[in-house]
Design a protein around this ligand. Structure first.
Ligand code: SAM
Length: 239
């Protein structure tokens, strides 16, 4: 897969994103630890604490990939549907579930923009490090709203823009130089990781993304920045 960063047409972006995750699926979990120094585990733990999954709840973990968020929520008793556009990521997730003898998860291939579920099926919708890869974000947010029950909650964990002075520059240098290098060494795929870094840079800032969530119909929207907003948890409610 090779990327120029000019505007690409939507079908082309969706295809490229597919290529990236098929390429990295096998090394995905190792790379997350390498790139974040293990911190992604803490961010995901905090995210799931905010979601507060409860036994008996139906939760859709969108762009659920290899299951990191889904496993944490299933451990707390929720019935989790893991949906992802990429069958290779899902396949790794299903193998991990088998290894840990984790049952009760449903794995399904879905595009976040056009879900096959009926309306009002879920108590919560989670999406972690997924939304920035989606081509039509407003369409995905509208679908999140549609499939949630009234009283349901939306939670998104995503890289954003840190507001800490100086930190942004250090992070930019790190992400543009070191992350593609790590991608090359560990996953033998520099281009895919270059794309991932670029997709973070292009993603709307915290206030703009919160406004997009409100535009999709969610209320009581909230943002919780971590590391000054390097990573953020956005949430909202369907009432
Ligand atoms: N949520 C997992 C985690 O936190 O480890 C996986 C995150 S991974 C960085 C991003 C995932 O988004 C990939 O598995 C990719 O296939 C998926 N994805 C990208 N575009 C998507 C779309 N339009 N619909 C559904 N999933 C999508």
């Amino acid at each position: 897969v090779s990327f120029g960063y000019q505007q690409v047409d939507p079908a082309e972006k969706t295809r490229r994103v597919g290529g990236v995750f098929s390429n990295v699926a096998r090394r995905y979990d190792v790379m997350n630890d390498a790139m974040s120094g293990g911190m992604h585990r803490l961010w995901k733990n905090r995210f799931v604490r905010r979601v507060k999954p409860r036994a008996g709840e139906d939760i859709l973990d969108m762009a659920g990939g290899t299951g990191d968020i889904a496993f944490r929520m299933a451990d707390l008793g929720a019935s989790v549907t893991v949906a992802d556009i990429n069958p290779d990521m899902l396949a790794v997730g299903m193998e991990r579930a088998a290894d840990r003898a984790q049952t009760g998860l449903v794995w399904t291939e879905q595009n976040a923009e056009t879900l096959s579920f009926d309306a009002a099926m879920f108590d919560a919708y989670t999406i972690a490090f997924g939304i920035r890869n989606v081509t039509d974000i407003p369409a995905a947010l509208a679908e999140a709203h549609r499939v949630l029950r009234y009283g349901g909650r939306f939670f998104c964990l995503e890289f954003s823009t840190t507001l800490w002075p100086g930190f942004g520059e250090i992070y930019d240098a790190y992400s543009h130089k070191l992350v593609p290098q790590l991608g090359k060494w560990i996953a033998d795929d520099e281009d895919s990781y270059r794309y991932l870094v670029e997709s973070i840079r292009r993603f709307p800032d915290m206030a703009r993304f919160e406004a997009m969530i409100a535009e999709a119909g969610f209320v009581r929207t909230k943002v919780e920045p971590m590391l000054g907003g390097l990573v953020a948890i956005h949430s909202g409610w369907k009432v």
